[in-house]
Design a protein around this ligand. Structure first.
Ligand code: 5RP
Length: 222
């Protein structure tokens, strides 16, 4: 059973003619974009904005129209994956490195549909290392500031080099934290000079669509 595909395709059922859609990033969002492309080829009329270069390329290849941000007042629905989701629908995102663009797009969205397999549901966030996007300038000092918050940051690597985001920044993955107060940690992280954004998505998810191994789907709304 492909539980990511199951959740992704259910989310795309909510897309209607005339909507502006936010396209997420990652292996689950991939299935949503595929399905959306199929529906567009069958006559669905939508436009979209993308949260990464790779999602934009996938969408364009399927005939989905990508519009400039200046032309979009609001996004009707953004469909995106997550690395962890807790019982209050707070999220960790950024495993795929697109957290900044994902958060900008989610913040402009009437509804954010989060599509996950059941393995992503947790009681407390933090088992998945929390990604924090930081500027390359004096990144060592930014890592010091993250350590001072009792986080255990490791710069993400891509082969021998530092991983670089679509925005030209680094990602510090913060290990071994149990995040009992995501709102407070979110604020403390974004107050560090050098931090661009962090992977805690607080009060942004509208609906979480969970694919289960038995073939069922749970839809959790706040
Ligand atoms: C990318 C993300 C992804 O949504 C998240 O990492 C989940 O990825 P996947 O769907 O591949 O499990 O936040 O920045």
């Amino acid at each position: 059973m492909n539980i990511k595909k199951l959740a992704a395709e259910r989310a795309v059922e909510s897309v209607k003619d005339g909507m502006v859609i936010g396209l997420g990033t990652g292996s689950t969002a991939y299935f949503a974009i595929e399905k959306l492309g199929q529906r567009v080829q069958e006559g669905l009329s939508i436009v979209a904005v993308a949260t990464s270069k790779r999602s934009e390329e996938q969408a364009l290849g399927l005939g989905i129209t990508i519009v400039p941000f200046a032309q979009v007042g609001k996004i009707d629905i953004t469909i995106d994956g997550a690395d962890e989701v807790d019982g209050q629908l707070q999220l960790i995102k950024g495993g795929g490195g697109a957290l900044l663009r994902e958060k900008i797009v989610a913040s402009r969205s009437e509804k954010m549909f989060v599509i996950i397999g059941e393995d992503k549901l947790v009681d407390t966030l933090g088992k998945f290392p929390l990604p924090v996007e930081i500027v390359p300038f004096a990144y060592e000092w930014t890592l010091d500031a993250l350590k001072a918050l009792q986080l255990n940051p490791k710069l993400r690597m891509k082969e021998e080099d530092y991983y670089v985001t679509d925005n030209g920044n680094y990602i510090a993955d913060c290990y071994d934290s149990s995040i009992t107060d995501p709102t407070s940690l979110h604020t403390r992280l974004n107050n560090i000079p050098g931090v661009v954004e962090n992977g805690l998505f607080v009060d942004l998810a509208h609906t979480v669509i969970v694919g289960r191994e038995d073939g069922t789907i749970d839809i959790i709304t706040k």
